[in-house]
Design a protein. Structure first.
Length: 188
């Protein structure tokens, strides 16, 4: 049960966004820029970073919804998403992304945990300054999003079809428009 009176029937962050639309707007815009707009990291890679950080923070809603978005970008490849969450060093992803996930994991532990050695290793594997920047920002932002979702004890159903649908919506349309249909009505 949520700690405050959030709109019923909206999972995870959707209920938080519907509760406070004025803060939802910039949070959605940030997620859209970080995860959906064109960049040198693919949307799948960026979603995998968000998924990994969310799994390390044990945020069920975020790791499942962003994992579904990553899977959608990967042609519905949920196996790679599961590998990244459980042991990314053995996952079928590039060495550059593995190095960036090391950095993301360090950010998840605390910003001062990011080491010069990890950054240099990512550079040696082809990561640009922009990619390192975006990895740190995605990881930091998802620590915030995860704590927002879990800190208010939002409703987080265990409905694979709902998350698959949400992931497809996020992969196709991004973050500006709600993936939870009822959020539009509540937030209006």
């Amino acid at each position: 049960m949520p700690h405050i009176s959030l709109p019923e029937g909206l999972p995870g962050i959707s209920s938080c966004f519907a509760f406070r639309p004025e803060t939802a707007k910039p949070m959605r815009e940030l997620a859209h820029v970080l995860l959906h707009e064109p960049g040198t990291l693919s949307p799948a890679e960026r979603e995998l970073i968000a998924t990994y950080v969310s799994s390390q923070n044990d945020c069920y809603f975020c790791q499942t919804s962003h994992g579904a978005a990553a899977a959608a970008h990967l042609g519905n490849n949920a196996d790679t998403v599961a590998q990244v969450k459980h042991d990314f060093l053995q996952a079928a992803i590039s060495d550059k992304l593995k190095a960036l996930l090391v950095i993301a994991g360090q950010v998840q532990q605390g910003g001062k945990h990011v080491s010069s050695d990890s950054v240099q290793k990512a550079r040696n594997l082809g990561a640009t300054d922009l990619e390192i920047h975006d990895t740190v920002l995605i990881a930091a932002a998802f620590c915030m999003y995860n704590r927002y979702v879990d800190g208010l004890a939002t409703w987080q159903p265990h409905d694979p079809a709902m998350y698959a649908s949400m992931g497809t919506h996020l992969a196709e349309h991004g973050y500006i428009t709600p993936s939870a249909k009822a959020e539009d009505k509540v937030g209006s």
